[in-house]
Design a protein around this ligand. Structure first.
Ligand code: NAP
Length: 278
């Protein structure tokens, strides 16, 4: 197969390029094609003639989206529409990366793929509106929602915690937001399988198990053998520009339908720590 990846320079894009074998894979960053430039997106798609497009490119700064909504909607929604139009023009299949932030976080049990969207932030709205537009344009597209992505080769929560923990005796971390950490390598492997299985529809793909950011930070610090104390605090005490869902655990049922199981986040974290050490 011929695969075109938008967002190949990002946290997910890098392991996607590394893990994908047996197919011809072309990876692009924002310098190769800005998603907001419909003409350029269409040209690179025509030149590369992909059978599958993986749309992993996005403006992912959740707090930055609050102060730059034009950029958020321009890249995350309108840019995604440009890619979907180019895919349709070429008869290529499309997998679009979306987020747990399309939900409001008021549920008490894991979110299923068919649960109602109710985003609480600009980033979440830009992703939710992209999902709706893409499903209208290309009913056979595949939308993969993931959450709390971490990996080497980019900014992520474990990296931030390890850098802070190296210089501080104690860290305050929020303990009232629960979600599923997801290792970029494991998500890349699941995405490759989904393309090979000709997947369509909305799929939730995260590492298995869930935790709060405080629990995640504790495991990171312990896993790295550091003595830093991690203290639980509330979201009220750590105000951020964008609202985050209190509970955004994604159910693995939609992924299981394709016969795919992802490892636990604790196992994934151990592999990340090893990879980070080099
Ligand atoms: N990170 C998370 O916790 C998380 C959680 C849920 C869902 N997701 C979704 O998962 C996907 C991958 O996220 P990630 O963490 O790998 O993102 P990332 O590390 O921030 O990388 C973003 C990628 O998008 C590209 N990009 C940004 N603006 C662009 C533009 N205007 N035109 C073309 N390309 C552009 C970047 O290219 P350059 O580097 O070349 O500028 C980079 O390759 C995204 O769709 C994201 O929304 C992420």
């Amino acid at each position: 197969m011929r695969i075109l990846i938008f967002g190949a320079t990002g946290l997910l894009g890098k392991p996607l390029l590394r893990e994908w074998s047996g197919d011809t894979v072309i990876g692009l960053g924002s310098r190769d094609a800005d998603l907001r430039d419909a003409r350029r997106v269409s040209d690179v798609t025509r030149e590369t003639r992909p059978e599958w497009i993986v749309l992993a490119a996005a403006y992912t700064d959740v707090d930055g989206c609050e102060s730059h909504p034009d950029l958020a909607f321009g890249v995350n929604r309108d840019g995604a529409v440009n890619v979907a139009r180019a895919a349709k023009e070429m008869g290529a299949r499309l997998v679009f990366l979306s987020s747990d932030y399309v939900f409001d976080g008021t549920k008490k049990t894991p979110y299923e793929a068919h649960d109602v969207r109710n985003p609480q932030s600009v980033y979440g709205r830009s992703k939710a509106e992209a999902e709706i537009r893409l499903l209208e344009l290309m009913p056979d597209c595949c939308i993969v929602r993931t959450s709390w992505l971490f990996g080497t080769g980019g900014k992520c929560f474990p990296d931030t915690i390890l850098k802070l923990a190296a210089n501080r005796p104690a860290l305050d971390v929020v303990n009232d937001q629960r979600g599923c950490p997801t290792y970029s390598v494991d998500l890349a492997r699941a995405l490759i399988q989904l393309c090979h299985k000709n997947a369509r529809g909305i799929v939730h793909a995260t590492n298995s198990g869930d935790c709060t950011w405080y629990e995640f930070a504790g495991e990171i610090v312990r896993g790295a053998g550091l003595a830093t104390t991690v203290r639980p605090v509330s979201s009220q005490q750590m105000k951020r520009p964008a609202a985050r869902p209190t509970y955004s655990v994604l159910s693995p049922e939609s992924l299981r339908r394709f016969g795919i199981e992802m490892p636990s986040w604790r196992d994934a974290l151990q592999r990340y720590l090893k990879e980070r050490q080099g």
